[in-house]
Design a protein around this ligand. Structure first.
Ligand SMILES: CC(C)(COP(=O)(O)OP(=O)(O)OC[C@H]1O[C@@H](n2cnc3c(N)ncnc32)[C@H](O)[C@@H]1OP(=O)(O)O)[C@@H](O)C(=O)NCCC(=O)NCCS
Length: 422
């Protein structure tokens, strides 16, 4: 970075009363067109970042109106885990990024991104994930959309499961969200263990899912409600949280905030409970399963409308050999792949080999059979798209036989699933 800009970090043990906490958080509030945080909100922010062991990166500078050296860009990342098909692997999660409007387009995001990704690679982390506010920002840094969470609307009057579709046995109960506290982590981790592509939990998930904090209400939530599914032994094994949207909407709508269980049959029991609520005409859910099992399970599939395909998690491969070694492959084969990577981390030609589900990637001097950018590799990494589909878009180049081989190596039986909120 060129002076007067300087990259620094705000240490997590910075005392609570230090005004830099409020300044730091306000960079995001300003960037996302939000009001300043309340004292309680700032306390929740400190607590969350400390619990997540976040790195609070920032770019500081001096100048008129700044009263000394002040942060003008901020970038939060944290250690995270991702189900990569053969269990959980370490990943870097990038939580929030913003640069003050008066300092944009001077390379501040680029410098912060480079600092965090370099540090993650030094720590032996092979993948990074984020969610994006705009589709045009992160491709240049090697990220690509890797999972999707469609938004669906369910017409409750028409929502009835087919007779040949099982709903999990057990029972459901409507509870205060705080009831979830002792069960939340176990259920979220069971979901993560079940689905390729599912990410870990952060402090904000605990706080929000259990109603302890609500960013819209800026306090513990009074609006959030929860329904829990209990197995036949009375143990909670799935939950949904939701908010009623009031009487002014037509149809009368309830927004489902989170629906989490490790089993689609439990999900169905939760949907059934939500749809059976009197007076609710429509359920809206923004983190639906990409394969839409709910729609397929209904006697009237048109009761579910997909509103938006939802680019959920953007992924970046940081260290190709390490990432390939950690990925669970469902197809064997070998292919010579040429990768472009503007940041250089994965650039070059690689011999990618998979035998009995275990992969290796080693640098090669042979001619490549297929070529793609590392941001395109991200899109096939979790199985959301195949190499052949992206070849149609001109993003994967090679003979159709070689592209098909790459497709088979990365093919997954199930699409990736992620309750992405980070
Ligand atoms: C997005 C944001 C962080 C970019 O910060 P910045 O410091 O201006 O970015 P940089 O100067 O490092 O830009 C790097 C490159 O990305 C491009 N870029 C930056 N923001 C972009 C955007 N919103 N859309 C398209 N391209 C963008 C720049 O043009 C530049 O391209 P170049 O390398 O070809 O010159 C900043 O505009 C911001 O705070 N926006 C509001 C909050 C937000 O959207 N944050 C992201 C949350 S996911």
């Amino acid at each position: 970075m060129q002076e007067p800009y300087r990259y620094e970090t705000l240490p997590l043990d910075t005392p609570d009363e230090d005004p830099r906490w409020a300044e730091y958080l306000d960079i995001f509030r300003l960037g996302f067109l939000d009001k300043r945080a309340s004292a309680e909100g700032l306390g929740i922010y400190r607590r969350s970042r400390r619990a997540d062991r976040s790195t609070l990166g920032m770019v500081t500078t001096e100048g008129p109106g700044l009263e000394g050296r002040r942060p003008v860009g901020a970038f939060v990342s944290a250690p995270f885990t991702l189900n990569d098909g053969a269990g959980l692997v370490d990943a870097l999660v990038i939580n929030t990024i913003a640069v003050r409007p008066s300092h944009r387009r001077r390379g501040i995001l680029s410098a912060m991104m480079r600092a965090h990704l370099d540090a993650a690679i030094d720590d032996g982390t092979a993948l990074a994930v984020l969610t994006a506010s705009e589709a045009t920002i992160y491709g240049r840094f090697g990220f690509g959309v890797a999972t999707r969470t469609p938004t669906i609307e369910v017409d409750t009057a028409r929502m009835r499961f087919r007779d040949d579709v099982a709903v999990a046995p057990g029972s459901v109960e409507f509870v205060d969200p705080s009831f979830l506290l002792p069960h939340h982590e176990r259920i979220r981790l069971a979901h993560q263990a079940r689905y390729r592509g599912a990410g870990g939990i952060q402090e904000a998930h605990r706080l929000v899912d259990t109603g302890a904090w609500d960013t819209e209400e800026e306090s513990a939530s009074r609006a959030l409600r929860a329904v829990v599914h209990f197995d036949s032994g009375g143990v909670p094994d799935g939950f949904a949280t939701f908010k009623h949207d009031g009487w002014d909407n037509s149809p009368i709508n309830t927004t489902v905030r989170m629906l989490c269980s490790p089993d689609p049959a439990i999900d169905r029991a939760l949907w059934q409970a939500l749809a059976a609520t009197d007076l609710v005409e429509r359920l809206t859910y923004g983190m639906s399963h990409p394969a839409e099992p709910l729609r397929a399970a209904l006697a009237d599939p048109w009761a579910v409308k997909q509103k938006d395909a939802g680019d959920a998690v953007w992924l970046r491969v940081l260290d190709l050999p390490r990432a390939v070694a950690g990925r669970g492959f469902e197809g064997d084969g070998e292919v010579l792949v040429s990768l472009t990577d503007a940041l250089g981390y994965c650039a070059g030609t690689w011999r990618l080999s998979v035998q009995r589900g275990h992969g290796t990637a080693v640098p090669s001097t042979s001619d490549a059979e297929v070529s793609l950018d590392v941001s395109t590799l991200a899109r096939i990494w979790l199985g959301d798209r195949s190499a052949a589909e992206l070849a149609w878009a001109g993003l994967v180049r090679g003979s159709s036989e070689d592209v098909a081989r790459l497709s088979r190596i990365f093919a997954t039986v199930e699409p990736p699933v992620n309750l992405a909120k980070f």
